[in-house]
Design a protein around this ligand. Structure first.
Ligand SMILES: Cc1cc2nc3c(=O)[nH]c(=O)nc-3n(C[C@H](O)[C@H](O)[C@H](O)COP(=O)(O)OP(=O)(O)OC[C@H]3O[C@@H](n4cnc5c(N)ncnc54)[C@H](O)[C@@H]3O)c2cc1C
Length: 462
């Protein structure tokens, strides 16, 4: 009997963790992994902040997997445009969609279309050298910026805006971003969230790092730090220890002497929602309404009050969540921005011959959780896929009947990627950095193809 041949769409953590679970199983599967970029690793390369190199070490696990002879990488192949999902379904036995959910959510307020009103997706993609964002229209020519959102991505954004240039110059931040940040006039970042410190979704290590930045004066909205009796009791519950640690870190920062002049400032503002972005052609200010919290202490909602205030700023970055994008002929939950599924099996799937669809990672559960969360998540999906297989819910195609799938773009295999990786790391070493990223797909393809020693790489999935 032929071996089950599984395609994974997306080479981020969830795609690689799904490949790991498949290859470690006793089902004898082969795995082909597709990514729209020539570079693998998804948000580990293009999301995780450049000054957090330690976190990127997870790719060593992924690299080891890629050398398994039953694994093949098809980089630079976008499913839905360079190749159709329907074709892949007639070629493979089952498909895992692991293509992430990193589309930004723009602010739902008047003025969000103005120049210099961007999302965290844009800004993070820009400083991390994602080819989609290298030409971002960004001007760091005003001394104030507003970051909206109180999560870890907002922290990354604020920290990069306020970081000392010499510190960033030791990272793998994209060259264009390093140069723009060297010339940046941004001195003050307002990080604004709609609820209070108890509801913010920071993790303590990231918060401590931000509030402990040297040369950055921290100005905390003290009013929001006054807690009522119920809130104090809530924080004392052992289950809320992490929230309490955050509140303690914020209180400690607020208590620090902030009269001393520092080169830069971070204003941490709670209980405020943007109502409009002001400006004629580009952002000049953001108007906020002050909120009150209502509801039970473990589920307080922000309710707008009547007091409005404005913050002058030349740039606003919305970090209010990420969403997945739909793929043709695949069910999609537009409200949650995910593919509806039960334990990873896509809902509403009629299993008539075409390969069944499964999902893993952010496109399965939404944009929550850290890299490690995707391991258990992908494990659940693979368990479902394999139990469906063992129960005979989908057949394995005869190899002679598998159609070859023509790719509409030059395919990058893992050896090609290693050449790109080598070239980036070599360029990095010459300037005392972990790597200097290539940010154009053409440049990546040139390095990949130049090193192929004349061996033709098949342009079909086989
Ligand atoms: C700014 C930011 C910073 C973060 N920092 C950290 C951190 O410090 N530590 C931590 O643990 N977690 C961090 N995370 C969370 C972590 O990155 C995610 O949990 C994880 O990347 C989600 O994995 P995924 O595989 O589901 O999606 P992704 O990582 O987004 O991977 C999806 C992949 O699919 C590809 N793709 C998309 N569409 C197609 C298509 N049509 N065809 C083919 N391929 C396609 C993409 O190119 C991408 O490679 C961060 C997230 C963000 C946004």
């Amino acid at each position: 009997m032929s071996e089950p041949h599984i395609a994974i769409i997306g080479s981020g953590p969830s795609g690689f963790f799904a490949a790991e679970a498949l290859l470690k199983s006793d089902a004898g599967v082969r795995v082909d992994m597709f990514d729209r970029l020539p570079t693998p690793y998804g948000l580990v390369r293009s999301g995780v902040a450049p000054d957090h190199q330690q976190i990127k070490q997870v790719v060593k696990v992924f690299d080891a997997l890629a050398s398994n002879i039953k694994f093949a990488f098809f980089g630079n192949v976008e499913v839905g445009s360079n190749i159709s999902l329907d074709l892949l379904r007639s070629r493979y036995d089952a498909i895992i969609l692991a293509y992430g959910a990193s589309a930004g959510t723009p602010l739902p307020v008047p003025g969000s279309h103005l120049s210099q009103s961007i999302t965290a997706t844009d800004f993070v993609g820009w400083y991390n050298g994602h080819p989609d964002f290298t030409r971002l229209d960004l001007s760091l020519d005003n001394d104030s910026a507003v970051v909206i959102g109180h999560g870890n991505v907002a922290i990354d954004v604020a920290r990069i805006l306020l970081s000392d240039h010499a510190r960033l110059a030791k990272t793998d931040i994209a060259d264009h971003a390093l140069e723009a940040l060297r010339r940046s006039r941004v001195r003050r970042v307002h990080m604004v969230g709609r609820r209070g410190p108890i509801q913010a979704s920071f993790t303590t290590a990231e918060l401590r790092e931000l509030l402990g930045m040297p040369d950055v004066r921290i100005v905390v909205d003290r009013e929001a730090l006054r807690l009522d009796e119920q809130e104090h009791a809530f924080l004392e519950l052992p289950i809320n220890a992490a929230i309490k640690r955050n509140v303690d870190v914020i209180n400690a920062a607020a208590a620090r002497d902030c009269s001393r002049e520092k080169a830069k400032e971070l204003h941490l503002t709670f209980l405020a929602s943007p109502v409009a972005i002001e400006g004629s052609d580009r952002v000049s200010a953001v108007q906020f309404v002050r909120n009150q919290l209502e509801g039970p202490v473990n589920d307080r909602k922000a309710v707008p009050g009547t007091w409005h205030f404005s913050v002058l700023a030349g740039l606003t970055i919305a970090s209010i969540g990420f969403r997945g994008r739909p793929l043709e002929n695949v069910p999609f939950d537009t409200r949650r921005g995910i593919i509806p599924n039960v334990e990873g099996r896509v809902m509403g799937e009629a299993l008539h011959g075409a390969a069944p669809l499964y999902v893993a990672g952010w496109i399965k559960r939404g944009a929550t959780g850290i890299i490690g969360t995707n391991r258990a998540d992908a494990g659940e999906t693979v368990r479902k896929l394999l139990s469906d297989f063992r129960e005979g819910r989908w057949p394995v195609k005869d190899d002679r009947q598998r159609v070859n799938v023509p790719l509409m773009s030059p395919r990058i295999d893992f050896a090609d990627w290693r050449r790109i990786d080598d070239a980036e790391c070599r360029a990095g070493r010459e300037s005392g950095r972990p790597r200097r990223k290539m940010v154009s797909i053409d440049a990546m393809l040139e390095v990949a193809v130049r090193g192929r020693e004349g061996a033709a790489t098949p342009e079909t999935a086989a």
